[in-house]
Design a protein around this ligand. Structure first.
Ligand SMILES: [Zn+2]
Length: 279
């Protein structure tokens, strides 16, 4: 993205969606230069929206790598784009899904040509760039995109109700949006359970609308996380209390001192203990 460095983007009069798409394409094309070849293999920039870049990362190990380096990565991308486009990275664990590329690669579509009016409309969305080479690239990108969208429309594709990406018929959301919404719901529930670890599935569902599966899965990961901290003796007082409250699904004031100690012992594995179910 060397040529982009320092170039002033003049996106006046262009929609945010078009601007985001253009920046995302720039990031994808120079991805290995931006994060290095090794990191680049383990994550794919799937979306840019509301100044946040969503990455699909293939394992949690690599996800941590990205998390640790996120400020550096954001800085590098912003420098390459020549402006403060991004303020955050969203990391989604899972296979490296190349959403739009997958749709077009899976089924080669019949060639279409744009009418002069359509081409003109597509180019109206194109940013005005100072660098002539980059301007040509941008023009090419917007024409290609318009052709692709025309092809997909002719094939009867519909659009994602959240981001406008073309998707197969009868779908409401694109795979990227589905995953983002799942991740948002998961994080919302995790925050809630960390504050009120005694919440039952019913209570949690009333507040967040979560499914049984999500409730169990989030609760189990929270338990595993805080129990590990207790075992490694790195838990703070509050984290220790959270581990115990999650164990009993009860508020701290409804756990006796003896039960509290027993739970900690059991978590540490020093003593097998059958938890009291008395409330
Ligand atoms: Zn979408």
């Amino acid at each position: 993205m060397d040529k982009v460095t320092g170039v002033l983007f003049k996106m006046l009069g262009k929609t945010k969606l078009q601007e985001d798409r253009f920046h995302l394409e720039q990031i994808r094309q120079t991805w290995p230069d931006l994060v290095g070849k090794v990191l680049a293999k383990h994550a794919y920039p799937s979306r840019l929206s509301r100044r946040r870049l969503t990455l699909f990362v293939d394992t949690s190990g690599w996800s941590s790598e990205f998390f640790i380096n996120r400020l550096l990565i954001l800085q590098k991308i912003n420098e390459a784009l020549g402006e403060e486009v991004l303020k955050d990275l969203i990391l989604i664990k899972g296979e490296v899904v190349k959403s739009k590329a997958t749709i077009t690669k899976a089924a080669p579509l019949p060639e279409v040509e744009l009418t002069p009016a359509e081409a003109k409309e597509a180019l109206q969305a194109c940013p005005v760039l100072e660098d002539p080479a980059l301007a040509a690239k941008a023009k090419d990108f917007f024409l290609k995109q318009a052709r692709r969208e025309k092809q997909l429309r002719q094939q009867g594709a519909s659009q994602c109700s959240r981001c406008g990406a073309f998707i197969s018929k009868d779908e409401e959301l694109c795979p990227v949006c589905k995953r983002e919404l799942e991740e948002e719901a998961r994080q919302k529930l995790a925050r809630l359970l960390a504050q009120q670890p005694w919440l039952t599935e019913n209570d949690a569902r009333k507040i967040t609308g979560c499914s049984t599966y999500l409730y169990i899965s989030v609760k189990e990961s929270l338990k595993a996380f805080y129990n590990l901290k207790v075992r490694q003796e790195t838990a703070t007082e509050a984290e220790q209390s959270l581990a115990v409250c999650l164990t009993y699904s009860r508020p701290r004031e409804r756990i006796t001192a003896l039960d509290y100690e027993n739970a900690l012992k059991a978590i540490r594995g020093k003593k097998q203990h059958v938890f009291s179910t008395r409330k």
